[in-house]
Design a protein around this ligand. Structure first.
Ligand code: NAD
Length: 284
């Protein structure tokens, strides 16, 4: 029997994907337009290739047109800018994703800022980040958006709750802090320089960990009945694990995401949602 405390990220992802599939079908019937996602990969990092493949497969399932644009590892910033600008101008592309990390000689922030804000699949453009900060959530980073959706699916109360985020990256921690503030949680953001992490985590009604440090969060660091989202991905003895010592904390939590099968699958389905939303907005 499935454990009712374990958040089924794959099931939520499937539900979102189905919503996008039927939304896409309806949109295409009404407009004659197929929503289109362009992915950009620079170099041939194996993990990045795998993520691109997963994203394209998900697009196929949802009826979204997906095209891959690969550039060699030694491409210049100008070559990347030119490609992104070409995609910005393409009528059949409504969403653009530049797979990170880029090779070290390229400027990721400059690449993000080249993507047209209304085609910003990952929601990393400063215009979209700024909108998020003032409470206008349109194209927002996919991982935090997936986490919020999971909270909605599992009726997690946010307003007035203590939410503690560990990790202050632009990809997860900072945008998630804004999204939780927009929903009236009391938010603490911890990171590598936080003195006495446990002092914060034991106060958390909702704890989100996004560090990539395997089993950083132990049972004595969490509050009884807490809701836990484990974003981290790392390996112990070849096995994929999260930031949270899952087996040890399970008896204490009211809800928790597993790794794998928790936050990860939802991230990709939100990308599909963004592509459909952008296609709708661009063709309004
Ligand atoms: P990052 O790697 O840019 O930053 C890590 C963050 O963790 C920083 O804020 C750092 O200060 C903090 N940190 C590191 N060690 C710490 C410690 N010992 N105590 C407290 N804080 C500590 O972060 P990121 O890009 O947000 O990625 C974090 C993790 O989440 C990685 O494992 C990544 O693979 C994973 N991730 C998963 C998904 C998904 O969809 N499942 C999406 C994005 C990131």
């Amino acid at each position: 029997m499935p454990n009712e405390k374990i958040i089924d990220g794959r099931a939520i992802a499937k539900k979102i994907e189905e919503e996008v599939r039927s939304g896409t079908e309806e949109f295409t019937i009404q407009t004659g337009i197929t929503p289109g996602l362009a992915t950009v990969l620079v170099g041939d990092d194996e993990a990045s290739r795998m993520y691109i493949r997963l994203k394209h497969k998900a697009c196929d399932r949802a009826g979204i047109h997906a095209e891959d644009h690969s550039l060699p590892f030694d491409s210049t910033q100008d070559e990347l800018t030119t490609l992104i600008n070409t995609l910005n101008d393409k009528d059949d592309i409504h969403s653009i994703l530049v797979q990170l990390p880029l090779p070290p000689h390229l400027n990721e922030q400059a690449a993000m800022e080249t993507i047209a804000p209304n085609k910003d699949a990952d929601g990393f453009h400063p215009v979209n980040m700024g909108r998020l900060l003032i409470g206008k959530e349109e194209l927002v980073p996919c991982t935090p958006k997936g986490i919020i959706r999971a909270m909605e699916e599992y009726d997690v109360e946010i307003e007035g709750k203590n939410a503690v985020i560990i990790g202050h990256s632009n990809v997860v921690g900072k945008p998630l802090a804004a999204m939780l503030l927009n929903r009236n949680a009391t938010v603490s953001v911890c990171h590598i320089f936080t003195d006495d992490l446990k002092r914060y985590t034991t106060q958390a009604d909702i704890l989100i960990s996004a560090t990539g440090v395997a089993h950083l969060i132990k049972a004595d660091m969490i509050k009884e009945g807490a809701v836990i989202f484990d974003v981290g991905i790392s390996k112990i003895d070849g096995k994929v694990v999260g930031d949270v010592d899952f087996e040890a904390v399970l008896p204490k939590v009211s809800l928790i995401t597993p790794v794998p099968g928790g936050v990860g699958p939802m991230t990709i389905s939100i990308l599909l949602q963004h592509t459909l939303e952008s296609a709708r907005r661009i063709n309004k």
